[in-house]
Design a protein around this ligand. Structure first.
Ligand code: RAT
Ligand code: ZN
Length: 435
């Protein structure tokens, strides 16, 4: 029934994988390799069925994605307060009416809904949501998850797991069976907030920490990290940071990062992911959709990479203006792996600009994209868009190489795509992630 965006590999195509391609063949071979390669989605907010309601999927969740909520308030007179008072199905209907019926869904996030509906052969033309709702209701999540990942051409995804999130904590404490396609990440946003917030929680859980993070506190935070490492077996630790992030910093947070998180990452042999540049709650009335962004001072990143050569850093920056610096730093520090075109950057025009620059400056030594999906079926459109944006960029790159005098083969292209969308990640995080 569904039209998949991911093609099965053609075994016949392998026969001449080492043959030099003509300039005319390059584009279609690039498209084919991208369409038949399985990617790893190295940062999402998706969860396997065992997480219950925490894992979002289906049409109402897709329509109430916070990217669309922010767009909705630009095209509707409804106040946020009224919107939040509605039950989810009514919120989804309001968004559908404003963005898909009364307007043409041309933005990136709205086109994504159209692409998902189309992938499942559901109506895309602005008629009612009845058919889509009936379709999703008929799916069982256990079967739907692998089907959707296969449609997206993604072999596994990486979750976001904050041990201080009470809902999530309960799931882990219950003890869950691991899902082969979902890798955990030890997310530290709550731990590294103003210390006044997390320390009472840690104390309540039996860790000997105090309000100044003095005495045994650092050792106890490291015990907390080690215990959650055992429980989750994460592929990396992660934190999102404001544009004002400073390191070193004479604060409790700076101390915890320096004396607890970085040494624990070294001891456990885990990279630390830093997502830098978010300005949380610029407009709190929009809730999740109310975050903004700002340009960061990446000298803090320079300090981290230079002073902690035994740590590996996965880094994404939210400001377009920070992208060039990030590439320059990656040339200086091989313990730095740039990844993804995050959030407000994940639009074809900006993805193209960033990716070209990264290839020009770093070759294939970076991770081009992650989906950041919050609702399962988003991986279908997000990875389809990545493949579509990426194909002409790679084809142009190989075209230039060909004109410079070097033959390009299908095997070369396969090796590069494999490195960019899989092995740069798996080698960085170690054996936990599969390959
Ligand atoms: O892209 C998003 O959905 C944001 O809301 C954030 O979740 C961001 O990706 C993050 O991980 O902090
Ligand atoms: Zn995210």
């Amino acid at each position: 029934m569904e039209a998949t965006s991911f093609k099965q590999p053609d075994p016949g195509g392998k026969l001449d994988a080492q043959a030099a391609l003509t300039a005319d063949q390059i584009h279609s071979v690039v498209e084919d390799v991208l369409a038949t390669s399985q990617f790893i989605d190295m940062h999402t907010h998706l969860y396997p069925p065992a997480f219950g309601k925490i894992g979002l999927w289906g049409i109402d969740e897709l329509l109430t994605y916070h990217y669309l909520e922010a767009e909705f308030f630009r095209s509707s007179h409804m106040t946020p307060e009224h919107y939040w008072s509605l039950p989810k199905p009514a919120q989804a209907e309001a968004i559908w009416q404003a963005l898909f019926v009364e307007n043409t869904p041309v933005s990136e996030a709205t086109r994504g809904i159209v692409a998902v509906l189309n992938a499942f052969a559901l109506p895309t033309d602005g008629s009612s949501l009845t058919e889509a709702r009936a379709f999703f209701k008929a799916q069982t999540i256990e079967e739907h998850v692998p089907k959707v990942l296969a449609m997206a051409g993604v072999s596994s995804v990486v979750m976001t797991n904050d041990p201080l999130d009470s809902e999530e904590q309960a799931v882990w404490m219950k003890g869950i069976q691991r899902h082969a396609q979902f890798h955990a990440v030890l997310r530290l946003d709550r731990l590294l907030r103003e210390w006044a917030e997390p320390w009472p929680q840690l104390a309540k859980q039996g860790y000997q920490v105090d309000d100044q993070a003095s005495g045994r506190s650092i050792a106890e935070i490291r015990r907390f990290l080690a215990e959650w490492y055992e429980r989750m077996r994460p592929v990396y630790m992660a934190i999102s940071l404001a544009d004002t992030f400073k390191f070193p910093e004479d604060t409790v947070r700076g101390k915890i990062l320096r004396e607890a998180v970085l040494p624990s990452c070294r001891e456990l042999d885990l990279p630390l992911s830093l997502m830098i540049g978010v300005r949380r709650q610029v407009n709190p009335r929009l809730r999740l959709g109310g975050d903004g962004m700002g340009r960061a001072d990446l000298r803090s990143l320079e300090n981290l990479c230079r002073n902690f050569p035994g740590n590996r850093f996965l880094v994404s920056v939210l400001s377009r203006e920070n992208q060039h610096e990030l590439c320059v730093y990656a040339r200086k520090f091989n313990n730095l792996m740039p990844f993804g075109c995050w959030w407000f950057l994940n639009n074809p025009s900006i993805v193209e600009e960033i990716t070209r620059e990264r290839i020009e400056m770093l070759g294939t030594s970076f991770i081009p994209q992650h989906s950041d999906a919050r609702v399962l079926e988003q991986v279908i459109y997000k990875w389809r868009n990545t493949r579509n944006t990426f194909a002409p960029i790679l084809a142009k790159t190989y075209g230039s190489l060909f004109r410079d005098g070097r033959n390009v083969t299908r095997q070369d292209i396969q090796r590069d795509v494999q490195r960019l969308f899989r092995s740069n990640f798996t080698q960085w995080v170690g054996p936990g992630a599969g390959d």
